[in-house]
Design a binder for this molecule. Structure first.
Ligand SMILES: NC(=O)c1ccc[n+]([C@@H]2O[C@H](COP(=O)([O-])OP(=O)(O)OC[C@H]3O[C@@H](n4cnc5c(N)ncnc54)[C@H](OP(=O)(O)O)[C@@H]3O)[C@@H](O)[C@H]2O)c1
Length: 332
């Protein structure tokens, strides 16, 4: 791999919480260029000022991108192509949830959209435009919640939804869930953890399609209640759960620092070419922080049918397919 000073990272959601900290740590580790992909230019410039003051140099640039919108991800990708910016680390960190259902302009619920829509589109565009350097690493933010073991956070059973409502068609089931269509009502935490299952499936399926040397992994930063993520939760959760997590969580292995959370991304960025298609999260099944391992449970993470259905569903939700030239190379 190239010298770190020659490397470029692009971090989404870089103006807040774990993304901000990851951008700082990358610059402190000597990365030559760190692109702060933020919802607006103003947010990005404010983050850039804070980051350059902390780091003592300014390898940062700003890219405006709403990760919930196809058009915004395409516009940001056009900008990268125009600038001829080649990326070594694509850190797809942004994500949000909300106390009530909101939808992007294509009818995809915001929790699912902010996590996967723009991230998928930008990844496909960078591949198509030849802007991912050989040896590039793609990391997308996962969550321990996707394991379905956190009380009050229930993962949608895609296989069951498919068989009960869609004649076994899992792609249609995932699409309906992400649009909150059919007999399903919105539940913010359930949408959140289910969208993170889709993140793991997307990474696994994408890994099978990528050219050799470029890897993709889903990585949970682990629980970090000190970030701003709690602002999107319901009033009850903000009043009860967040203070509990901040005060008691560290003693129970349920909460850690933003610094440690961000460092999980940097560790994953250094994994070798063979480490791809995995979901990395806290190894201990009942904890949300601590040593990290590849998640092999519950079984649904490793289910190739669901992984492929998940990827196809994201292609349909975004109207953006994996670039044909790579598909042809993979099947040749
Ligand atoms: N904190 C935890 O305990 C925890 C645990 C597991 C996984 N995670 C994951 O870690 C990632 C970072 O979360 P965080 O805890 O650092 O929360 P945060 O402080 O709220 O940061 C989230 C970032 O994502 C950005 N974002 C959300 N929706 C966006 C959109 N539509 N377009 C552009 N940017 C958007 C936010 O931008 P704005 O400021 O403009 O909203 C913000 O910069 C998320 O994917 C989250 O699911 C967090």
């Amino acid at each position: 791999m190239s010298d770190v000073a020659d490397r470029t990272a692009l971090v989404t959601g870089a103006n807040s919480g774990i993304g901000f900290e990851a951008a700082a740590q990358l610059a402190e580790a000597g990365w030559g260029r760190v692109v702060l992909a933020c919802r607006t230019d103003e947010k990005g410039q404010a983050a850039r000022a804070l980051l350059s003051s902390r780091v003592g140099r300014d390898p940062f640039s700003v890219l405006a991108m709403d990760t919930a919108e196809v058009s915004s991800a395409n516009a940001a990708s056009d900008r990268l192509r125009k600038d001829g910016l080649h990326v070594d680390l694509l850190l797809l960190n942004a994500g949000a949830t909300g106390a009530r259902a909101q939808f992007n302009s294509d009818g995809v619920e915001i929790t699912w959209a902010s996590t996967l829509v723009g991230h998928h589109v930008m990844t496909m565009r960078l591949l198509d435009d030849g802007l991912l350097r050989p040896g590039a690493r793609i990391i997308i933010a996962g969550s321990e919640g996707a394991r379905g073991t956190v009380p009050g956070m229930n993962v949608h059973d895609v296989e069951e939804v498919a068989s009960e409502q869609f004649n076994g068609d899992r792609v249609a089931a995932i699409e309906a869930l992400a649009r909150i269509e059919g007999p399903y009502s919105f539940n913010s935490t359930n949408e959140y953890v289910s969208s993170k299952v889709l993140v793991a499936w997307w990474a696994a399926a994408l890994a099978r399609r990528l050219p050799p040397g470029i890897t993709v992994n889903a990585v949970s930063p682990g629980s970090a209640p000190g970030s701003n993520f709690g602002r999107n939760l319901s009033l009850l959760q903000r009043l009860l759960m967040m203070p509990f997590m901040k005060i008691v969580g560290p003693f129970l292995g349920m909460a850690g620092s933003i610094e440690t959370a961000a460092s999980r991304y940097l560790v994953a960025a250094d994994l070798g070419d063979d480490e791809t298609g995995h979901f990395y999260a806290t190894a201990h099944r009942k904890k949300l922080v601590g040593a990290v391992g590849i998640q092999t449970w519950p079984d649904y993470f490793l289910d190739e049918v669901s992984q492929e259905a998940g990827f196809e569903a994201v292609e349909r939700l975004t109207g953006t397919a994996f670039p044909a030239e790579f598909s042809a190379a993979a099947s040749a």
